[in-house]
Design a protein around this ligand. Structure first.
Ligand code: NAX
Length: 336
């Protein structure tokens, strides 16, 4: 028998940048039950910076107007202590965009300060079981900074998002092979969420076959597919005049849902703390293939055979993460 809505305790979810584009595409999906299930009540803690508070009020009004049966409470705040109070999940979407003339190091420093503050507030106010998903870019390094700033929260509760990249990669392979996207599986995007990421087509499957047996055009795979996945965000901006929002929100829903759902076969890409798996440098937040067991614990999938080409690409992307860490930690006075 289904549990009645009133009997389940609401899951409390903080979303930063809640009045932004991704926030607008994400909140309604959380409140409708698509992230945690159709019988799971949710409370939303919506966090914005002061200039975003008016727009946030409008978003909250629209959430009210949806009369979602699962939505038990909406908190609107620019105070991190209030926003992260007792949350089960913290979805860190807001971040300062790169502006003209800004160097990558400047961006890392500016956002780094934001994620130090958010990490500390999560440490002090969220539940100790909180799980944190960072979307705001540069998401891997922002996630690492938040993790370092929250010493009381276990490192394995911090994640950054590469699911949009995985979804994009699967879709591109499906289009090329002329099959439905559901037929593409085991496609891990490795490394940094940046154009250096590596979508591992060697291990991907199309139906029961190796993707490389279905798509035999090696030149297309290496010279079109790989760079196209890495620069898809820029292509969306060029076409739409605005960055990916609905697809990014969809990937946040996929990421969280698959972190709380046992994976029977298959795996998904999530950026997690490295313990040196597959030769990745320990201590960075890098994208790897993740599986979730029956009681909800995740682990990096073992035993995937990486080609020399893949190893080189992944090493280059991870080197970029080491460089980002050095740049950001130097400015913020954090130690490795
Ligand atoms: P928007 O500029 O539309 O919205 C960002 C919102 O965050 C704004 O409302 C702003 O007021 C708020 N904000 C800024 N600093 C904040 C802070 N310190 N605390 C709380 N709120 C704050 O951007 P949007 O299109 O929603 O994108 C959000 C972030 O997602 C960007 O950093 C973007 O680069 C990143 N993305 C990450 C992706 C990924 O796969 N990891 C893909 C999509 C997206 O590019």
């Amino acid at each position: 028998m289904a549990t009645s809505l009133s009997k389940k305790t609401a899951i409390r979810v903080a979303v930063t940048g809640a009045a932004g584009n991704i926030g607008y595409a994400l909140l309604f999906r959380i409140a409708s039950g698509q992230m945690f299930g159709s019988d799971q009540p949710v409370a939303l803690n919506l966090i914005e910076i002061e200039p975003g508070m008016d727009a946030l009020k409008g978003v909250a009004m629209e959430l009210d107007d949806c009369a979602f049966p699962l939505l038990t409470e909406i908190v609107q705040t620019s105070d991190l202590a209030v926003g992260f109070k007792d949350v089960d999940w913290a979805l860190l979407v807001g971040s300062v965009p790169r502006k003209k003339g800004m160097e990558r190091a400047d961006l890392l420093g500016i956002n780094g300060k934001v994620f130090v503050g958010q990490g500390k507030a999560i440490n002090d106010h969220a539940k100790k079981s909180v799980r944190v998903v960072v979307v705001g870019n540069p998401c891997n390094t922002n996630c690492l900074i938040a993790m370092k700033s929250a010493p009381d929260i276990p490192d394995n509760q911090f994640f950054a998002m590469t699911r949009l990249d995985e979804n994009r990669a699967k879709s591109q392979l499906a289009l090329k092979a002329g099959v439905p996207v559901k037929d593409v599986s085991e496609l891990c995007v490795w490394g940094n969420h940046s154009p250096s990421m590596f979508p591992d087509f060697f291990n991907a499957k199309i139906g029961r076959q190796k993707a490389t047996d279905v798509i035999t055009d090696d030149k297309w795979l290496k010279e079109t597919f790989v760079p196209d996945v890495g620069t898809r965000g820029a292509a969306i901006i060029a076409a739409r005049g605005a960055s990916s929002a609905a697809s990014a929100a969809n990937a946040v829903v996929d990421t969280v849902r698959d972190l709380i759902t046992p994976s029977f076969g298959g795996y998904h890409s999530v950026c997690v703390i490295s313990n040196g798996e597959y030769g990745t440098p320990a201590g960075i937040i890098t994208s790897m293939p993740i599986k979730v067991d029956a009681v909800g614990n995740w682990r990096v999938v073992e035993g995937i055979k990486l080609s020399e080409y893949a190893k080189e690409k992944i090493a280059a992307s991870n080197q970029e993460l080491l460089d980002e860490r050095e740049m950001a930690f130097g400015q913020l006075g954090l130690s490795i």
